[in-house]
Ligand binder design. Structure first.
Ligand code: PLP
Length: 449
């Protein structure tokens, strides 16, 4: 904490649009880093303006380099479910750091973490779990394993689903790839994605047709149980159950990518909430408590194919890193003890219903999609059940809304195709400020419609 900004999070949120210091940093960054950003989702290209630079984060708030306080609904893209810089998490990481940053050898924390995960994540019960350092590593490793286990090559994903940036998954990809209009990436050879098939989200019969047309060839379907990377799109009743049945009938593995939803929409993950058990589950974001950490695991007979037990190779210099494990243990431990999910659900309902009601009052078409502490307000009429529906949103209206919210101290992801995240630190005052800001921002959106 710098002396001139005591407890910035107690100050009222201000105009977060990039000020002189953020603009200078961004100019310097653009001459050094591609597009000035180390991950494309941080760019403001689809909403206009320059990104504010962040100096500190605490609870539900960010402090910009221009000295302005903001209410944060990005939450580091998901991990910050306890709010930023939770004292118990910071203490655990600080304590771990004093004992060394990385061993590259076996450590007790890994065992404790694996025990916790295998106890509370239904897909991991009685199974095995492997720690990695990112969500991307988790999904690409799970797919390699699925191919190795089944001896099949084809994989299926949803249009607008995002599972990290491994080559074979950059087909009809969501998140930044959708925002920037590059859902199939340059530099990915046709041969690499030849075996990646796509289906619309929430359409189990489309998946049934793919299985029928490719008999005995589909190793796995990888799916976000609540889509988050086309904006938040909940599964229709029975959808995940039907995927489970079809996979079991065809010897295809069901891989739930819970990198975003794991411990976000329910303790243990979305599959705990919906009562569907995948063969493999991928975790990231919250399980690392803000540190780089991911995990994949599931059925023991499948996981036993991983080296050194089996022939499917996967490794990582920093896997099971002691700081990441400490942050993950502290975060999941708090979530288990304090069980904030009912509180998060109530806060998110108040917020999303409140914004939708204000949009209706101003005559701005908006659909509020929400599951637990993740949500998206799509600027369109009608329901959003898949990526095509999401793409029907008024992106100009979203861009205007984003800028007006930022000007009123509310930091949203700079894309219509992203979910927003609440934390336990988003209290009634924070939500009230957000609703007031939304009311004013929507009035401006309505005037420009
Ligand atoms: C964020 C995300 C990933 C990728 O995780 P990284 O840690 O960014 O590599 C994969 N799948 C889903 C569903 C995600 O939301």
């Amino acid at each position: 904490m710098t002396p001139e900004t005591p407890k910035f999070w107690t100050l009222p949120p201000g105009d977060g649009r990039a000020g002189p210091r953020s603009r200078a940093l961004f100019t310097a960054a653009q001459s050094l880093i591609p597009g000035g950003v180390n991950s494309p989702v941080r760019a403001f290209r689809s909403v206009g303006g320059d990104p504010p630079y962040i100096r500190a984060a605490h609870g539900a708030h960010l402090l910009t380099e221009d000295g302005v306080t903001l209410i944060d609904y990005v939450g580091s893209w998901g991990p910050a479910i306890l709010g930023h810089a939770h004292p118990a998490v910071i203490e655990a990481v600080t304590r771990a750091a004093q004992d060394g940053l990385s061993f590259g050898a076996c450590a007790a924390g890994e065992v404790e973490f694996a025990e916790l995960l295998c106890r509370v994540v239904p897909a991991l019960r009685g199974g095995l779990v492997r720690l990695v350092s990112s969500g991307t590593e988790a999904t690409m490793s799970a797919l390699r394993l699925a191919r190795g286990f089944t001896g099949r090559t084809k994989i299926v994903k949803a249009d607008g689903g995002y599972h990290g940036h491994a080559d074979m998954l950059l087909v009809a990809a969501g998140s930044g790839a959708a925002t920037l209009g590059i859902p199939g990436s340059g530099g990915v050879p046709e041969a690499t994605v030849h075996d990646t098939l796509t289906v619309p989200f929430n359409d189990a019969e489309a998946f049934a047709r793919v299985l029928a047309e490719n008999p005995g060839q589909v190793a796995a379907i990888i799916i976000e149980p609540v889509a988050g990377n086309m904006g938040c799109v909940p599964p229709q009743p029975g959808y995940l159950q039907r995927l489970r049945e079809l996979c079991s009938e065809h010897g295809t593995l069901l891989i739930l990518d819970e990198v975003m939803t794991g411990f976000r929409v329910a303790f243990g993950g979305a599959h705990a909430r919906y009562g569907v058990t995948p063969d493999l589950v991928c975790l990231g974001k919250i399980v690392g408590g803000g540190m780089p950490c991911g995990a994949y695991g599931g059925r023991r007979d499948i996981m036993q194919q991983i080296a050194p037990l089996g022939p499917v190779y996967q490794a990582g210099t920093l896997s099971g890193n002691p700081l990441a494990v400490a942050a993950g243990l502290a975060t999941l431990g708090l979530l288990e003890r304090e069980d904030p999910y009912a509180q998060l659900e109530a806060a998110s309902a108040a917020l999303v219903d409140g914004i939708a009601a204000r949009a209706a009052r101003h005559g701005v078409p908006m659909v509020g999609n929400r599951v637990g502490a993740m949500f998206t307000g799509f600027f369109r009429a009608g329901e959003v059940h898949n990526y095509d529906d999401a793409k029907g949103s008024d992106l100009a209206a979203f861009g205007r809304f984003h800028g007006e919210m930022l000007a009123r101290g509310v930091y949203l992801a700079p894309s219509q195709f992203e979910a927003a995240f609440l934390s336990t630190a988003h209290d009634a005052g924070v939500i009230e400020h957000t609703l007031q800001a939304a009311d004013e921002a929507l009035a401006i959106v309505a005037r420009h419609a």
